[in-house]
Write a protein that binds this ligand. Structure first.
Ligand code: F6R
Length: 613
């Protein structure tokens, strides 16, 4: 969950490492630190709190050198204070380490190291790694070998970057398992290392991703990759197409607001190149899906976490409806620990923005182990989810920086709709007329997204009215039941307002006991097949004096009679209505949090990609 940046080259490492950390702050932001090799020794600056504190510390007490590593932390072991911030330095002062992951056997290792006389300066599990490397450096005299040996003791998943003052031209990096990525960036006579691409994109687009159980030794003009046994491996650089400008905030106050507005572009790009409107056909070539395999599929299990799992719930309804294939949705953290029924004709489809979420990756691994075909809908190119899958659909959203996911929720809704049409076509489950109609519905979607976004000021007015709400319940049914879940998640994670969501029909089975004038009810009631049911839900809510806000379709005459407030959305084909209906809820949550003066892009206790269990 932490962000890592490293640099070696002719330029001053400090601004490059700090600039990279700035781009990764969304990954963890409870402390940060940097180590730079200056005059033959490591100078370290660390601070608890946001990166801005570290920036002013470095400003007051500058460090300068040609090799540096930095870290922004999301605490797992040890409080988020300065003492526990990375980089960690050993007793000799020779070695510095930044680490992403959890040393699962740290207690045993710590006892062992204490018995050998090591002195610990933090409460972290990560500090173990420095002491282990020091242990082996004293006999090996070779950083790579010492790191290799040290890593062989660690249980768990790790991304590690290491510097040694005795090898002042080198950085060693390693990846074990799925604690986030390690990417090497190739510049002109300089090299970069990062846990995530946005950190280095402004400097280079030529990259190599480390696979699990690989180590790299990087100097300013070389990179060599090894397996954990020390065998040298072939590497080939990839060119990243992302535009670094896309990772900037631009005219918006927050990344979240920018990303909400980018949905016009992301939905357009999601459709472009994959839809043949003339023939009413979908193509998803990276899925590697043949007609033969499509006809063999007996079941699809969609697995994901958080927002992505809500996207999966929409996908279930759409894929079952269009392709007539049974679909299960399994929260990844649960799937990995039960005994799922999987045959060789089962597809495990993961959805993940980061492609690095530990639970999702573990669920995929479990699917693979049991013989399923693995597909993923993923945003981050080169991520682990993409690499371990048999086929993928790349979300066309560009980098998502705001911790609360927005554009990476709507894109997979469209991806799954297209997948459903493709599967139905290959399995002869759909007639040509219907297929063409479904495909044609995609044509107007970017325009509908644009229309709904143009209503932001009106939605903001409603946000101002709801800003002091303490408790809220979101209700939805059918294809918009997940919209209720996602709306509530957005509100709670960035505004800290208590928000729950229920399938509308469940209300009378308990939650209705909570309804009174202090419970804000938010009902998702667009013109979809569940509309009449939702109208009656609004009536029942009003009968209990609860204030009710409704998401309704333009022209609806019943809802304004019943609701206290309405957020209007344009008319949209019901299977695509979750894409449109969620946007006012994203905007509502965004403005409530922003008016409350909260840190919208970096809400408390959260991190962008959850690479620990
Ligand atoms: C909510 C949010 C999280 C993520 C979840 C999965 O706004 O961002 O719930 O959706 O942690 O992350 P990915 O999609 O990266 O696997």
């Amino acid at each position: 969950m932490c962000g890592i940046v490293g640099y070696v080259g002719p330029r001053d490492a400090t601004p490059i490492v700090l600039g990279g950390l700035k781009r990764l702050e969304y990954r963890g932001y409870d402390s940060a630190g940097i180590a730079v090799l200056q005059d033959g020794g490591f100078e370290i600056r660390r601070d608890a709190g946001k990166l801005s504190k570290l920036l002013s510390t470095v400003n007051d007490d500058p460090i300068k050198g040609h090799l540096g590593i930095g870290h922004t932390r999301w605490a797992t072991h040890g409080e988020p204070n300065t003492r526990n911030a990375h980089p960690h330095i050993g007793a000799t002062g020779d070695v510095v380490v930044v680490h992403n992951g959890i040393v699962e056997n740290y207690k045993e290792l710590k006892e062992e190291l204490l018995a050998e006389g090591a002195e610990f300066n933090s409460d972290t599990d990560s500090e173990i790694i420095v002491h282990l490397i020091e242990r082996y450096l004293s006999s090996e005299n070779d950083l790579l070998q010492a790191v290799r040996k040290a890593l062989s003791h660690l249980k768990g998943h790790h991304g590690v970057v290491i510097g040694s003052k005795h090898e002042p031209d080198k950085i060693v990096a390693a990846r074990i398992g799925n604690a986030g990525g390690v990417v090497l960036g190739f510049g002109e006579g300089e090299m970069f290392i990062a846990s995530d691409l946005p950190a280095i994109l402004e400097h280079t687009r030529e990259v190599v991703y480390l696979e699990s159980h690989q180590l790299a030794v990087v100097t300013k003009d070389s990179a060599a990759v090894y397996d954990l046994d020390g065998n040298k491996l072939e590497i080939r650089t990839e060119t990243v197409p992302w535009d670094p400008i896309a990772a900037e905030k631009g005219e918006y106050r927050h990344f979240m607001q920018k990303e909400i507005h980018e949905q016009i572009r992301s939905i357009t790009d999601t459709i472009n190149g994959r839809v043949d409107f003339a023939n009413g056909r979908i193509s998803l070539p990276k899925l590697n899906l043949t007609k033969e395999f499509a006809n063999k599929i007996e079941k699809i299990i969609i697995t994901a976490c958080g927002t992505a799992a809500y996207a999966a719930m929409v996908g279930k309804i759409i894929i079952e409806k269009i392709a007539r294939i049974p679909v299960e949705v399994d929260v990844a953290s649960e799937f990995r620990y039960r005994d799922p029924i999987i045959t060789e004709n089962t597809v495990v489809l993961s959805i993940s923005q980061s492609g690095e979420t530990a639970d999702t990756l573990a669920a995929m691994a479990e699917g693979k182990r049991l013989g399923a075909t693995l597909w993923t809908i993923v945003n981050v190119m080169g991520s682990q989810a993409m690499r371990i899958s048999d086929g993928h659909i790349l979300m066309q959203t560009g980098p998502e920086i705001g911790v609360a996911s927005t554009k990476a929720y709507t894109a997979p809704l469209v991806d799954q709709y297209m997948l459903a049409i493709l599967l139905a076509d290959l399995r002869d489950e759909i007639d040509e007329k219907t297929r063409k109609q479904y495909v044609n519905e995609l044509r107007s979607l970017p325009n509908l997204v644009s229309q709904v976004l143009s209503r932001e000021t009106e939605y903001e007015r409603i946000a101002r009215k709801l800003v002091d709400v303490n408790n809220s319940i979101y209700l939805g049914r059918g294809v918009n039941m997940p919209t209720a879940y996602e709306g509530a998640l957005k509100l709670k994670e960035i505004s800290y307002i208590h928000a729950e969501a229920y399938p509308g029909g469940e209300m009378k089975h308990g939650p209705i006991a909570l309804f009174d004038q202090d419970m804000q009810v938010i009902v998702i009631a667009p013109k979809d097949p569940w509309y009449d049911k939702m109208v009656s839900q609004v009536e029942q809510t009003k009968a209990r004096n609860a204030p009710v806000l409704v998401i309704a379709t333009d022209g609806d005459e019943q809802i304004p009679e019943l609701a206290d407030e309405v957020m209007w959305i344009p008319d949209v084909f019901w299977m695509l209505s979750p894409v449109i209906a969620v946007i006012p809820l994203q905007i509502l949550a965004y403005h409530i949090a922003s008016i409350r003066g909260l840190d919208v892009d970096q809400p408390r206790n959260l991190a962008k990609s959850v690479t620990v269990e």
